[in-house]
Write a protein that binds this ligand. Structure first.
Ligand code: ADP
Ligand code: MG
Length: 565
C-alpha cells in the first residue's frame, strides 16, 4: 500500500484538519469529527432549515465538500467506510439546530440509519425539530419499485443540492424534506468498477479484478458488485448502465434528466470525459434529453477506478434548485444548461489543397518513396532510441507520416517540385506528432521556397537542404552540438557545398557526414528537446532525430544513385 498519509490511525482526523485549514468557510466542532459552516451563528438565526449529512469517510469530497451556503450545514465523518457514532451525529444536530429545524440526509446503510435515527430521536426529545430522509438510489441491487435494501450512492449529492437550495430559499422543514423525498423517489444510480480500493487500515485491496474484468453495480465501500463482466468499450459499459437506470426509474423518451457522472476515485479525467460523452449519447439514443450534467469526483470509494452515473428526472422547479448558487467547495461552479443544438464540431475551410495537373519530377517521387519506406522499416529502431532518451514516440511519429505520404504518392507525380515539397510539408504537419513533425514541416516548407527562388535554372538541392536546416535551427532555436537532428543535417549540407564533387559523389559525402554527425551525438549532453531533461543520462545513446536523418538520407542515396551506395 502506498498512500499519502501520516498514520493509518489518524487519516480521518488529518483529512478534517486539512479541509478546515485549506477550504474557506469551514470549521470543525471541537472534539468531534464534524465539519460545519464557519458562519454557524448567522445560520441559526437566519430562519433557515439546517442540513446535516455524513457517513463513513473515504467518499470524499462527500460529504464535507458539500458544506457551504446553499448545500449542507454540517457533515459528520465516520471512520473509513464506517458509520459515525450516534453522539457525533447528535453533536452536529445540536450545533446547527435552531427553531427552524434540521433535515438529516442519510445514505441507506444499516449503521448510518441506526446512528442518525437514534440521534434524531434524542434531538427531537430535546425540542429540536428533526426530519430524516434515506437515500437508496443504487438501482443495481433490487428491481421494481421496492427500494428497501438498496444502498445510497452518488445520487445523494443531488439530494444535498436540491434540499440545500430549498433551505437557502427559506422553505420550511416539511417542504425541504418533501423536496428531498421527491428527488430520492426519482433518482437512480449505478456504478462500474475497474479496480478495487484499498482501505488504509486494511492495507490491501478489498477484492481482486483481473485485467480484462469489470464489476457492475459495485458498492462504494469496495464491496463486490452484482455482476462481473468482460471489459468493454466505454460506449458499451455506459449504455448498459444508462439502460438499467432508465428502466428501473421509468425514465422514458421525452423526459428531461440531470446526469451526474461520478469518478469513483482513481479514474483519469480523460476517461471521465469519454464516459460523459457516451452518457449523453446513450441518453439521447433513448430519446431522453440531458438538461444538465456534471462530471467529476462527487462521491468516491477511495482509490477505486471506475465511474457511476446518476440520473434524475427534472422539471423547471428542480432545475431552478439545481442551478441555484452554492459556496460548497465540491459542487462545480459551472452548471450551465447543456445546449445540445450547438455544433459539436466546427469545420475549418482548407485553403491549402495542392494544385495538380503539372508534370512531376520522377526522381523526386522516387526519393520521397524511398525515404518514407526506409523510415517505416526502421520504426522499431528509432522507437527504441527515443525510448532511451525521449518519450519513445519518434519512430511511430515518422512512420505515421511516412504512411500518409505513401498513401498520396500518386499525387506527387503531378506536382512540380516546389508544389510537391509544400504538399509534403502539409502532410507531415498533419500526420507527424511531436517536435519532429513541426520541424520537418518547416524544413520542407523552406526547401520549397528555395526551389521556387531558383526556378528557371538548375534545381540546387544543396541549397534547398540548407534552407531546410536553417529553418529548423531558427524555429527550434538549436545549433550543431545541441544533440538534435541538426547534428546530422548541418554536416550533410556542408558536404554538399564542397566544390569539385559530382552530384553522385556529393550525395555520398553528405550521407557519410550525416552518419558521422549522428554517431557523435552519443557523446553530447543535450541542450534541446526532451533529452535535455536527462542531462548526462543521455550520453552513450545517439540522438534519435539525428539517426532518422541518416535513415532517410541514405535511402534517398540508394534510390537515386544506386551505384554509389
Ligand atoms: P518529442 O517527442 O520530444 O516531441 P520527437 O520524438 O518527435 O519529439 O523528436 C525528437 C527529436 O527531435 C530529437 O531526437 C531531436 O533530434 C529533435 N529535436 C528536438 N528538439 C529540437 C530542436 N529544438 N531543434 C532541432 N531538433 C530538435
Ligand atoms: Mg519523442
Amino acid at each position: 500500500m502506498k498512500k499519502l498519509i501520516n498514520d493509518v490511525s489518524t487519516v480521518v482526523d488529518d483529512m478534517i484538519d486539512g479541509l478546515v485549514r485549506s477550504v474557506d468557510g469551514l470549521s470543525r466542532i471541537a472534539g468531534e469529527r464534524v465539519i460545519v459552516r464557519a458562519d454557524l451563528d448567522a445560520i441559526r438565526s437566519s430562519g433557515q432549515v439546517a442540513l446535516v449529512s455524513g457517513g463513513g469517510s473515504g467518499h470524499e469530497p462527500a460529504h464535507a465538500g458539500y458544506v457551504g451556503a446553499g448545500m449542507l450545514t454540517a457533515a459528520v465523518c465516520g471512520d473509513v467506510f464506517t458509520s459515525p457514532s450516534t453522539d457525533a451525529v447528535l453533536a452536529a444536530i445540536r450545533a446547527v439546530g435552531g427553531p427552524d429545524g434540521v433535515l438529516l440526509i442519510v445514505k441507506s446503510y444499516t449503521g448510518d440509519r441506526l446512528n442518525f435515527g437514534l440521534a434524531a430521536e434524542i434531538a427531537r426529545a430535546e425540542g429540536i425539530p428533526v426530519e430524516m430522509v434515506i437515500v437508496a438510489d443504487d438501482v443495481s441491487l433490487a428491481t421494481g419499485s421496492d427500494t428497501a435494501g438498496r444502498r445510497g450512492i452518488a445520487g445523494t449529492v443531488l439530494v444535498h443540492k436540491v434540499a440545500g437550495a430549498a433551505a437557502a430559499a427559506g422553505k420550511p422543514l416539511d417542504e425541504v424534506a418533501e423536496l428531498a423525498r421527491r428527488v430520492i423517489g426519482s433518482v437512480g444510480s449505478m456504478g462500474v468498477g475497474l479496480s478495487p480500493c484499498t482501505v488504509p487500515a486494511a492495507g490491501r485491496p478489498g477484492f481482486s479484478l483481473a485485467d480484462h474484468e469489470v464489476e457492475f453495480g459495485l458498492g462504494i465501500h469496495g464491496e463486490p458488485g452484482v455482476r462481473r463482466d468482460r471489459l468493454q468499450p466505454a460506449s458499451a459499459l455506459v449504455s448498459t448502465v444508462i439502460g438499467r437506470i432508465f428502466e428501473d426509474r421509468g425514465i422514458k423518451a421525452g423526459d428531461r434528466v440531470a446526469l451526474l457522472v461520478n469518478n469513483l476515485g482513481a479514474t483519469p479525467s480523460m476517461e471521465m470525459s469519454i464516459v460523459a460523452g457516451e452518457a449523453v449519447r446513450a441518453a439521447e439514443a433513448l430519446g431522453v434529453r440531458v438538461s444538465r450534467m456534471w462530471t467529476g469526483a462527487f462521491l468516491t470509494a477511495l482509490d477505486m477506478a471506475g465511474f457511476s452515473l446518476s440520473a434524475l428526472v427534472v422539471d423547471d422547479e428542480l432545475l431552478g434548485l439545481l442551478d441555484a448558487r452554492t459556496s460548497a467547495s465540491a459542487w462545480p461552479v459551472s452548471a450551465a444548461p447543456l445546449s445540445l443544438s450547438a455544433p459539436v464540431v466546427v469545420p475549418v475551410p482548407n485553403t491549402e489543397s495542392a494544385r495538380r495537373g503539372g508534370e512531376g519530377d520522377g526522381m523526386l517521387v522516387a526519393a520521397i518513396e524511398a525515404a518514407a519506406k526506409a523510415l517505416i522499416a526502421d520504426e522499431p529502431r528509432l522507437t527504441a532510441l527515443d525510448q532511451a532518451v525521449g518519450d519513445g514516440d519518434l519512430g511511430l511519429n515518422l512512420a505515421r507520416g511516412s504512411q500518409a505520404i505513401l498513401a498520396e504518392l500518386d499525387d506527387y507525380r503531378h506536382l512540380d517540385r516546389s508544389a510537391a515539397l509544400r504538399r509534403l510539408s502539409a502532410t507531415v504537419r498533419k500526420s507527424v506528432g511531436g517536435t519532429s513533425g513541426v520541424l520537418y514541416a518547416v524544413g520542407l516548407m523552406s526547401a520549397a521556397a528555395a526551389v521556387e527562388r531558383g526556378k528557371g535554372g538548375e534545381v540546387a538541392w544543396g541549397e534547398a537542404l540548407k534552407a531546410a536546416a536553417d529553418a529548423v535551427a531558427r524555429l527550434g532555436d538549436a545549433r550543431v552540438g545541441d544533440r538534435t537532428m541538426l547534428d546530422a543535417l548541418v554536416p550533410a549540407v556542408e558536404a554538399l557545398e564542397v566544390e569539385g564533387n559530382d552530384a553522385r559523389g556529393a550525395l555520398a559525402a553528405a550521407i557519410q557526414a550525416a552518419a558521422a554527425g549522428a554517431t557523435a551525438t552519443a557523446s553530447i549532453t543535450s541542450r534541446r528537446g526532451r533529452s535535455s531533461y536527462l542531462g548526462d543520462r543521455a550520453v552513450g545513446h545517439p540522438d534519435p532525430g539525428a539517426e532518422a536523418v541518416v535513415v532517410w538520407l541514405s535511402a534517398i542515396g540508394r534510390a537515386i544513385a544506386p551505384k554509389s551506395a
